[in-house]
Design a protein around this ligand. Structure first.
Ligand code: P6P
Length: 332
C-alpha cells in the first residue's frame, strides 16, 4: 500500500526527540498554531464572499489601517494560544503592548512566549494576492510563575527555540524550524490535514531573483541603488529577474525554494526600514539561516541584534548566501 506523505502531526511527534526542550508544551504550541492557521486560511479563502475584506476604520500601532482580516487573524491566534493555556505571553504586530496571559489557569507557569505578525501583507487581501502569518517562539527569561515582562519578548533572535510562517497562496503551506533544518507542510483543505510537502528545505547559494520595491529607488542609500543596477546589468549570470509581491512571506518563500534575495532597506523616508525585528525579521532570519541562507540588516546578522523595543524596525537583506553577501559588499 502506498505510504501517504507524513502528516505534520506525525512529523512533530517523530522529531520531538530532536528538540532540545522536548517538552510536550512545544508540541502543543506548534499544534495550536497549525489549528489557528487552518481557521485563518478558511476565512481568507472566502474573503470577498463574506464581509471580511476592507478596513475596520482604525489603525494599528504601526499607523497602518487595520483590515478586518488582520483583526480576525489576530484574534484567532491569540484565542487559540490563550484557550489552550500553552504560553504565558504574546507579542503581536496588531497590539501596542505585549499580552500577558492571565494567571486564570496558571498560565504564568507556562515556559514559552510567542511573537507574531498574524497577517503580513494584508493590503494584498482585497486584491486577491497571497498573504502570510509569521511567528517566533522563545523560552521565557522571567521567573516561571510570574507575569511575563518586556524582557521575555526582546531576546536576540538567536535565542528563538522555533520559528515559522504560513503562506496563504495558491496553496496553504506551513514552514517551520526548531533549529534542526526547515520543513514545509501543505494543507489539504478537504480534510484539514497538513502533509510534509517540502522536506529539508535548502536555499540555493545563488538565484536569479531580486525582490525590492524599486518604487522607492530615489530614496535608497547609494549602495542599494548600485546593487539594483548590478542586478540589471547584462553580464555573467545577470540580469536577474525582479519579483516583488508586496508580501514578504511570499517573496521569502519563493526565494527559499528557488534562490534569490529579498531586500527591504532603510531609505530617506524610513531610517530603519519598514520590517519589524522581533516578529518579522527574526523568525524569517532563523528559517533562512536554517535553510543555508543569510539574513542581515545590511551589516549585522539579524539574529545577533539585541532588540530594545518590541516593535522596532530594521532593514532586511535575506536569502541566498552568495547574493546577500554580494549585496552587502555594495553597502561598504
Ligand atoms: P512596501 C507588508 O506590509 C510588508 O510588511 C511586507 O510583507 C512587504 O514585503 C512589505 O511590507 C511591502 O512594503 O513599502 O514595499 O509596500
Amino acid at each position: 500500500m502506498k505510504q501517504h506523505p507524513q502528516t505534520l502531526g506525525e512529523f512533530i511527534i517523530s522529531n520531538q526527540k530532536d528538540f532540545e526542550y522536548s517538552s510536550g508544551e512545544l508540541t502543543r504550541l506548534l499544534n495550536c498554531i497549525r489549528l489557528a492557521a487552518k481557521v485563518v486560511n478558511h476565512e481568507i479563502r472566502q474573503a470577498g464572499l463574506v464581509d471580511i475584506t476592507g478596513t475596520i476604520g482604525n489603525v494599528n500601532v504601526q499607523g497602518e489601517e487595520q483590515k478586518k482580516l488582520d483583526v480576525f487573524a489576530n484574534n484567532v491566534f491569540i484565542n487559540a494560544l490563550t484557550n489552550r493555556n500553552i504560553v504565558c505571553g504574546i507579542v503581536s504586530e496588531e497590539n501596542e503592548d505585549f499580552i500577558t496571559i492571565s494567571g486564570a489557569n496558571n498560565a504564568h507557569r507556562n515556559k514559552y512566549v510567542v511573537v507574531m505578525d498574524p497577517l503580513d501583507g494584508s493590503s494584498n487581501i482585497d486584491v486577491g494576492v497571497s498573504v502570510g502569518t509569521v511567528f517566533g517562539i522563545y523560552r521565557r527569561v522571567s521567573p516561571e510563575g510570574t507575569p511575563v515582562t518586556k524582557e521575555d519578548f526582546i531576546q536576540a533572535g538567536n535565542l528563538q527555540v522555533a520559528a515559522g510562517y504560513v503562506i496563504y497562496g495558491t496553496s496553504t503551506i506551513l514552514v517551520y524550524t526548531t533549529g534542526n533544518g526547515v520543513n514545509g507542510f501543505t494543507l489539504n483543505p478537504a480534510i484539514g490535514t497538513y502533509y510534509l510537502s517540502h522536506p529539508n528545505i535548502r536555499i540555493p547559494r545563488r538565484g536569479h531573483v531580486y525582490s525590492i520595491n524599486e518604487g522607492n529607488y530615489v530614496h535608497f542609500p547609494q549602495g542599494v541603488k548600485d546593487y539594483i543596477k548590478y542586478c540589471q546589468r547584462e553580464e555573467d549570470d545577470r540580469p536577474y529577474t525582479s519579483r516583488y509581491i508586496g508580501s514578504m512571506v511570499s517573496d521569502i518563500h519563493r526565494n527559499l525554494l528557488q534562490g534569490g534575495i529579498y531586500i527591504y532597506p532603510k531609505s530617506n523616508e524610513r531610517e530603519d526600514g519598514k520590517l519589524r525585528l522581533v516578529y518579522e525579521c527574526n523568525p524569517v532570519a532563523f528559517i533562512v539561516e536554517q535553510a543555508g541562507g543569510v539574513a542581515t540588516d545590511g551589516h549585522r546578522r539579524i539574529l545577533d541584534i539585541k532588540p530594545t523595543d518590541i516593535h522596532q524596525r530594521v532593514p532586511l537583506f535575506a536569502g541566498s548566501s552568495e547574493m546577500v553577501k554580494e549585496a552587502m559588499d555594495f553597502l561598504k
